[in-house]
Design a protein around this ligand. Structure first.
Ligand SMILES: [Zn+2]
Ligand SMILES: [Zn+2]
Length: 305
């Protein structure tokens, strides 16, 4: 296993990934039950850590895994890409390499056989089951593609992994564990109690991961069924304002399928896209450059579609 495979989990086979996903999803109900049971002990710092870790890990996926590593929507300093990779990994969504593979397959076969998580072309006869297939069942069954990455992907990941920063590629589970322990340590420090620290792990680690991952996969399920078809595309993708809020801009999904390379997915002034706001801000500080956006003529041509 080389350095890249450690943190991106490139060496893991399909059975191991499925086992991991079943383990992660089986924590969902106990996590929610624990949060309800210990509700009386919960303090403001736990809500703050919940929100902060949700937003940071969602940016790791939406800006990092998705817009940077999969679609190459912009260029950035290696330390920034590394930070995005670490935050995305902390989400518990799975390794970066597999995420990129799966998402490329989604764009290639969107809503047709071969799409790993389509509610339209799912494996079941029942439309409700197909909806849940696209939301999370595909992760627990055998629908994760094994397509190889191209040489450019490897080169990019090598550059990021061996960037000038002193951080070394860490194994996947070390990063996941850090994403749990950091909020625990902060909450312990603020509350000065062990129970406060444990609730920090629960709210800032486990519970935020449950909510964040549900928001993220809603783009696969809700955004291929409910919402507005702003542009004519060869699929059932939709722009959905609710998903755009909870997934920090990823819910403008019909627009994304129309312009997959675009760093900005909410193209209209009222389409809030917080992930693009971050990209735009870091561009001003020269951390990000070569930001890809649709040309004005393309937008005009599609305005009435
Ligand atoms: Zn899609
Ligand atoms: Zn995409």
């Amino acid at each position: 296993m080389d350095d890249i495979d450690k943190v991106t989990w490139g060496g893991l086979n399909a059975d191991d990934r499925r086992f991991y996903n079943i383990a992660v999803y089986s924590l969902t109900l106990p996590t929610i039950a624990a949060a309800i049971y210990w509700w009386p002990e919960t303090q403001t710092i736990h809500f703050v850590l919940f929100a902060l870790m949700w937003v940071l890990t969602q940016f790791g996926i939406s800006i990092g895994y998705h817009r940077y590593f999969t679609h190459r929507s912009f260029k950035c300093k290696p330390w920034f890409a590394y930070l995005l990779m670490i935050l995305g990994t902390m989400s518990l969504t799975g390794g970066l390499l597999q995420w990129v593979r799966t998402h490329r397959a989604h764009h290639r076969f969107v809503d047709k056989p071969g799409d790993p998580h389509s509610p339209i072309a799912g494996p079941y006869k029942n439309i409700i089951l197909n909806f849940f297939h696209s939301h999370f069942l595909w992760l627990l069954t055998n629908f994760q593609p094994n397509t190889e990455l191209d040489a450019a992907d490897r080169r990019l990941l090598e550059k990021v992994s061996h960037s000038s920063v002193a951080w070394k590629p860490m194994p996947y589970f070390v990063v996941v564990l850090l994403g749990m322990l950091i909020p625990g340590i902060i909450a312990g420090f603020v509350t000065q109690t062990w129970s406060g620290a444990l609730l920090g792990i629960l709210w800032g680690g486990l519970l935020r991961s449950v909510f964040m991952r549900n928001g993220e996969v809603s783009v696969n399920s809700i955004c291929h069924v409910f919402g507005q078809k702003t542009y004519e595309t060869d699929d059932n993708s939709r722009d959905n304002w609710f998903c755009a809020i909870i997934a920090l801009g990823e819910g403008w999904h019909n627009t994304h399928h129309k312009f997959p390379y675009s760093a900005r997915q909410g193209l209209k002034w009222w389409q809030i896209d917080l992930s693009y706001c971050v990209i735009y801000s870091f561009e001003k500080f020269d951390v990000i450059w070569d930001v890809k956006l649709p040309a004005k003529s393309q937008l005009r041509n599609n305005a009435d579609a």
